[in-house]
Write a protein that binds this ligand. Structure first.
Ligand code: AMP
Ligand code: GLY
Length: 424
């Protein structure tokens, strides 16, 4: 079987790596891929942009691809699944209607309210005057969100009304383009965040291991927000009792509400949850895809062949599958970032020690890298996800850190305290 993975991040490297562990997978194409997928045995990069649907269709047909797995949200929101399916291709990932659950926070909020899914109280605005007067009536802290896709930058957790007003000014001034035509203002929740990624065929929905990531750039979870500086799974904050409630109070009602709107949602439904100190949880957001870097810690723990699960979703027979099986123990990843990230940073730095890191027992998933004159060079803010599994968090983290210690590139930065919550 040949598979096309759409995307170029650590998530896509992890998907390709996991798929290639199966005897059934003959070849993976990654479009456009990165330095990691370029050097992964059995995987081949193809230089097609994620929103070039025609190019993707042509490649998939020419190469006899039997499954397309879409990584990022942007092509899903633009309808890659609808387009490729109309060409007779088999695609894992929701259609354009379904992808609204991530592409419009206002739409997702209304869906959650209809479905009775626990979520922060919120109001939606198209008008700055009304938005500002609502802010004042609510008080700070408060959260301001641009409605549409904003590469993870459209959410401002404001500690003061002035900060919230500045955010509203920026959004209404067009900082996020049409993503800011609507603004969601919602109550600020406190607690620990956890990501529950679930696989669904539109009828049945099954959670993967819960994962937690470290979003802040600095040690002790301080400093600016990033795309994630490290992650681990299974996240202990999501107890089995809580996961049972997430199933019946979040995942099942959401899929039922989508079905009620005539949306046949097949792919990943990712619930970003806030767990309060008393254990109660609320949905912060839904994503319509695998999380990054959560996928990089979840997939190494998965024993069930990934392609069996993905095909069961696409073919709507997830309910007939035996329970998903997992390795015992734990998984962790540490992100090697370019110095300066999430602000300005340099690219094109030669990366050494990748093989030495693998010899220590770590698996290095590439994020922002590319192959240049047969050398792997940095090509983004988050460069590598150095990942390991172990009998427990300590062993997984020790292995990941032993791996990252072998790696060097100019300006490389990583947090030394990934997993501090599960180690204390
Ligand atoms: P979202 O894309 O909606 O998940 O927001 C991105 C990040 O903003 C989340 O991962 C949280 O860290 C934070 N966030 C979003 N909504 C809230 C909220 N209601 N209260 C507190 N933090 C939030
Ligand atoms: N790790 C956050 C995300 O994938 O959106």
């Amino acid at each position: 079987m040949k598979v096309l993975v759409v995307g170029n991040g650590g998530r896509e490297h992890a998907l390709a790596w996991k798929l290639l562990q199966s005897q059934k997978i003959e070849r993976v194409f990654c479009a456009p891929g990165n330095g990691g997928t370029a050097t992964l045995a059995g995987c081949q990069n193809v230089d097609i942009a994620v929103d070039d649907f025609q190019g993707m269709a042509k490649l998939a047909k020419n190469e006899g691809v039997s499954l397309v797995v879409v990584g990022p949200e942007v092509p899903l929101a633009k309808g890659i699944t609808d387009y490729l399916q109309a060409q007779g291709l088999v695609v894992f990932g929701p259609n354009k209607m379904g992808a609204q659950i991530e592409a419009s926070k206002a739409w997702a909020k209304a869906l959650m309210q209809e479905a009775g899914v626990p979520t922060a109280n919120a109001a939606v605005f198209t008008d700055i005057v009304a938005a500002k007067s609502y802010l004042k009536s609510q008080g700070a802290p408060i959260v301001v969100k641009a409605d549409g896709l904003a590469a993870g930058k459209g959410v401002i957790v404001a500690q003061t009304i002035a900060e919230a007003e500045t955010a509203l000014d920026a959004i209404f001034a067009g900082q996020f383009g049409s993503a800011g035509n609507f603004v969601v203002i919602e109550e600020c929740l406190v607690g620990q965040e956890v990501s529950v990624l679930a696989l669904t065929d539109g009828l049945t929905i099954r959670p993967l291991l819960p994962a937690q990531d470290h979003k802040r750039v600095g040690e002790g979870d301080t400093g600016e927000n990033t795309g994630g500086m490290g992650a681990y799974a299974p996240a202990p904050v999501a107890t089995s009792a809580m996961m049972a409630r997430v199933q019946t109070e979040v995942l099942e009602p959401t899929i039922a509400a989508l079905r009620g709107k005539g949306i046949d949602y097949r792919g990943v439904l990712y619930a970003g949850l806030m767990v309060a100190p008393d254990g109660e949880f609320k949905v912060l957001e839904f994503n319509c895809r695998f999380g990054d870097p959560e996928t990089q810690v979840i997939l190494p723990m998965l024993d069930t062949p990934l392609e069996d699960l993905l095909l069961a979703c696409v073919q709507q027979r997830l309910g007939d599958m035996p329970p998903i099986t997992w390795k015992n123990g734990a998984s962790a990843t540490v992100v090697a970032a370019s110095g300066g990230y999430p602000g300005d940073y340099a690219k094109g730095k030669v990366i050494t020690g990748l093989q030495a890191a693998e010899i220590t027992g770590a698996t290095v998933f590439h994020a922002g890298t590319k192959l240049q004159n047969s050398q792997v060079v940095s090509d983004g803010g988050r460069v590598l996800n150095v990942t390991a599994i172990g009998v427990d968090f300590k062993q997984a983290l020790d292995r990941a850190y032993a791996g990252i210690a072998k790696i060097e590139f100019a300006g490389m930065y990583y947090r030394r305290d990934i997993g501090h919550r599960v180690m204390s």
